[in-house]
Ligand binder design. Sequence first.
Ligand SMILES: [Zn+2]
Length: 295
Amino acid sequence: MSMKPLLVLIAAGAVLWTIGDPRSPAPRTGACGDSVAVSWEPASPRRGALFRVRVTGVDSAVRLSGSVVGEALHLLADGTGAALVSLAPVPIDGPDSLDIVIQCVTDAAVDTLRERVATASGDYAIERLRVAPAFGRPPDPATAARIERESRRAAEVARNAHATPRLWREPFRLPRDSRITSGFGNGREFNGTITSRHMGTDFAGVTGAPVRAANRGVVRIVDAFFYGGNVVYLDHGAGLSSAYLHLSKQDVAAGDTVERGQQIGLVGATGRVTGPHLHLIVRYGSVTVDPVSLF
Ligand SMILES: [Zn+2]
């Protein structure tokens, strides 16, 4: 068989796919009815930040679910009871636009709404750092395996936060009142060799200064990690988790429930650091986001 008919078939397939693109606005009939409306703020969420999704007009017979970039939404009644709201993440490295996918299910029908959201650039800078040589070279195989194990455990806490009900009511608060010394998302070059992004926020502090829980949650990890030093990982539920790195002391144990603002440890200089500070990580599901977008 010559190549020509095959190419024609591929072209025909591409045209059909374009016509059938599920992202084009679907007629609003079926389980969602005509009343369900999806909105979000800000209008163009920043890449690497959280944004807010709002769904109104949902009939009580409808079971509603939703997702953004494959992460489940946790649509819960807002204060007024008029809307269901959830936080949602935008990954730092794109895309330029994403879909809010809302599914309505009744005993009789299933309906999917998609709203296309344009995302805005995060405008992140590049910093060059010098650190102790042990951290500037690629790790030996045993250390690499350890780093891999630790990052798998951290990823599991983040993923499992979807399975924990929302444990918080009040807004998130800063873990320290101090100055932010390095913001989220900046590109980092260590000793001119390793380049990575700063996927957290650094807060100033001397060794021994208090570190407080950003909100109510369950302690999932208290351990010493290669990069993070002494760490505490909290699961806040409804998809959110936070982590506190480089501590000199941990004041909590895995399984503890901590309150918003409770002291969970002390600032330190353990792990990969240039000096004492707190490195805070916030994740929505598996997506690491700018902690400041939560406060
Ligand atoms: Zn940091």
